[in-house]
Design a protein around this ligand. Structure first.
Ligand code: ADP
Length: 299
């Protein structure tokens, strides 16, 4: 990461800011599609959707990066079995850690110890996110998924302002009524920021008992589709609750690969098609082979 000492005078500050903007432009210019994943509230599975959509895109042959921009509660490394990984420092900047399916991953979790809470005010968070976007050696990527903290606070604002050519946002919700209310705020936020909305994904949409096969709509179902219709935005699909989502992330196994036949995995694969259609993408050359599905620590 670049160093954060204060420049001596306003000319220095101006010069630094200009250099910073140029670096950001260059780094982001090598990434074809930047997508932010947001939610109105926490615990709806936003990070789970980011991680698994990233895996599904990588599985389809795309070069994928994930920026965990949840500075206070980073959990992408946990979901990808990458706890304890670090960023390698080199002369051009810091290199992302390499995760399952060769995804490039950056998270505050790689820089903090378990017990250290992050206590930062807005401007410092903005600076950290700017550095994550510009001083990380992302290289050329097809997709950068940015996992934002829940709500519409500093981090979300920073990312939207720093990446003006954002390809779009994906809004994650669960079917409960309280989620429906906050999802409208997320939609309005994206509209205010003039960022295209790729669509709404409904997570935790029903549960199929693995023992008896009975289907239970724990948080009701269909709320995501309804809100998408009400707000005239695409619906990206329903992802059911599946305990294997959790188990696989604990093991560091990509769920969509290990349990490709499950409705949840299929929903993530389907989401790839929707994203491709939204961005008018042609299919990449090749899909990955299963042996690449293991995270390579220290690569
Ligand atoms: P958020 O990012 O919205 O705060 P997370 O992605 O961290 O939410 O998910 C919260 C918890 O719910 C995690 O433990 C995750 O493993 C679990 N979870 C999310 N989606 C599913 C799902 N479809 N099936 C089973 N568990 C899920």
């Amino acid at each position: 990461m670049g160093e954060m000492s204060e420049p001596k005078n306003s000319d220095d500050r101006e010069k630094r800011m200009h250099e910073g903007r140029e670096r950001l432009k260059q780094t982001m210019g090598r990434i074809k599609h930047k997508i932010a994943v947001i939610s109105g509230k926490g615990g709806v599975g936003k990070s789970t959707v980011t991680a698994n959509l990233g895996l599904a895109l990588a599985w389809h042959g795309y070069e994928v990066g994930i920026l965990d921009a949840d500075l206070h509660g980073p959990c992408i490394p946990k979901l990808l079995g990458m706890r304890g990984y670090g960023l390698q420092m080199g002369p051009p900047g810091a290199f992302p850690a390499i995760g399952p399916l060769r995804m490039k991953v950056v998270s505050m979790d790689f820089l903090l110890t378990d017990e250290a809470p992050l206590i930062w005010r807005g401007p410092l968070k903005m600076k950290a996110i700017e550095q994550f976007l510009s001083d990380i050696v992302w290289g050329s990527l097809d997709f950068l998924l940015v996992d934002l903290p829940p709500g519409t606070g500093d981090e979300a604002l920073s990312v939207m302002q720093l990446i003006p050519e954002m390809g779009g946002v994906i809004i994650v919700t669960i079917p409960s009524e309280v989620s429906q209310i906050v999802v409208k705020k997320a939609v309005k936020f994206a509209r205010l920021m003039k960022v295209p909305i790729i669509g709404v994904a409904e997570n935790m949409s029903g549960f199929v008992c693995p023992k008896c096969g009975e289907e239970t709509d724990i948080f009701k179902a269909g709320g995501g589709r309804k809100i998408a219709e009400d707000m005239a935005i695409p619906f990206l699909g329903s992802i059911p609750l599946d305990p294997r989502v959790c188990e696989d992330s604990d093991k560091g196994t990509p769920f969509i690969v290990a349990h490709a036949e499950t409705p949840a995995a299929k929903a993530f694969m389907e989401m790839v098609k929707q994203v491709e259609a939204f961005l008018n993408l042609a299919k990449p050359q090749a899909e990955r082979v299963p042996s690449e599905g293991v995270a390579g620590k220290g690569e």
